[in-house]
Design a protein around this ligand. Structure first.
Ligand code: BTN
Length: 327
């Protein structure tokens, strides 16, 4: 069987490769190559086929490499991470770590999982996270907290600040944050954070911190139900491996400090990055919609909305925040 990964590796340079040469390199028939090329389409890769030239990926792909990521890791994150797992294909990096945690196979303090492709990537509120192969970053960190679940309030806000710091450490464009977990660039969604917690309310627990960042979506129509953007459309030559390392560096720092200091050290920075401050917003919970002026976040990370002159603190994973003029 030809591994999907080997074929993508051969095509990663974005140059044309003849079917004959690919067949030779993979030691299979040309028909088998053709079938595999068709499968790449289902993974979200776009393959150009030109008679007389062969096949190429419509855009070159920088595959993730443990060595390249490790090369850019800080001393602090190397010390904090026990395990770095790189998977070509997975349902969801969050689900993978959740399963490992439940089956007690992961017992270390911190495990990181990255994947090239997610067949069932998950966003907040049951949404799908579109995760084409080799295009973006899909990263989850399984982190053991000695405190109980209650102490994790506001963690997704601190993680958002960590993502902003990671992008800025690579001189990438400035992003803004939308409560509670959206990473925005030019008012469109660049990424998101999904945190899932397993464990006791009072005793030790584990947080699976999932982060998705759009680096370079394939040039094809994607079924995404909100305005989105990728880094490729605003700057050239973003290295996925360097970005993965920068995210790991910043997020491990955030997780270490959150354990002892909580959200406090991140509040000021979050407020500076707040995309919706002073805007008229709708906050939806199930069928009920509340409209008011967004006043930013409270010290515990709750969203503060001024509704008819009364400030209301709102929190909860199921809330959805939108600008009032958005459909
Ligand atoms: C959101 O904005 O709704 C959150 C998106 C989180 C996506 C990431 S990608 C890595 C990890 N695995 C998942 O299935 N989801 C998160």
């Amino acid at each position: 069987m030809i591994s999907d990964e080997v074929l993508v590796q051969l095509l990663a340079d974005g140059h044309f490769h003849s079917g004959e040469k690919l067949a030779m390199e993979l030691n299979v028939s040309r028909t088998a190559v053709w079938k595999k090329l068709k499968k790449l389409l289902t993974l979200g890769l776009v393959v150009d086929s030109v008679k007389g030239k062969g096949y190429r990926l419509s855009q070159p792909v920088e595959l993730l490499s443990k060595d390249r990521i490790k090369h850019h890791l800080s001393e602090g994150s190397c010390a904090a991470i026990n395990n770095l797992i790189l998977l070509p294909i997975v349902d969801s990096t969050n689900s993978y770590l959740l399963n490992e945690t439940k089956t007690q196979r992961v017992l270390s303090k911190a495990t990181i999982c990255l994947a090239e492709y997610q067949s069932a990537g998950r966003g907040r509120r049951g949404r799908q996270w579109v995760s084409p192969y080799g295009s973006n970053l899909y990263l989850s960190i399984d982190w053991q907290f000695d405190s109980g679940v209650a102490a994790l309030e506001g963690l997704s806000l601190a993680v958002g600040v960590g993502v902003a710091r990671a992008l800025s450490s690579l001189n990438l464009p400035d992003i803004t944050l939308k409560w509670p977990n959206d990473i925005l660039l030019n008012s469109r969604k660049l990424g998101g954070v999904l945190i899932e917690v397993v464990g006791d309310h009072a005793g030790p627990c584990r947080a699976i911190v999932g982060v998705g960042v759009n680096v370079g979506m394939p040039d094809q129509t994607l079924d995404i139900d909100q305005p989105w953007i990728d880094l490729k459309s605003v700057c050239e030559g973003v290295s996925r491996n360097e970005l993965a390392a920068a995210l790991i560096n910043q997020l491990t720092e955030v997780l270490v400090s959150f354990e002892s200091k909580g959200l406090k050290p991140y509040i000021k920075e979050w407020r500076q990055l707040d995309a919706f401050k002073d805007r008229l917003v709708n906050v939806t919970s199930g069928n009920s919609v509340v409209t008011g002026i967004c006043c930013g976040i409270a010290d515990n990370g709750a969203l503060v909305v001024d509704v008819d002159g009364v400030k209301r603190n709102m929190h909860g994973g199921e809330l959805s925040l939108r600008l009032n003029n958005e459909s």
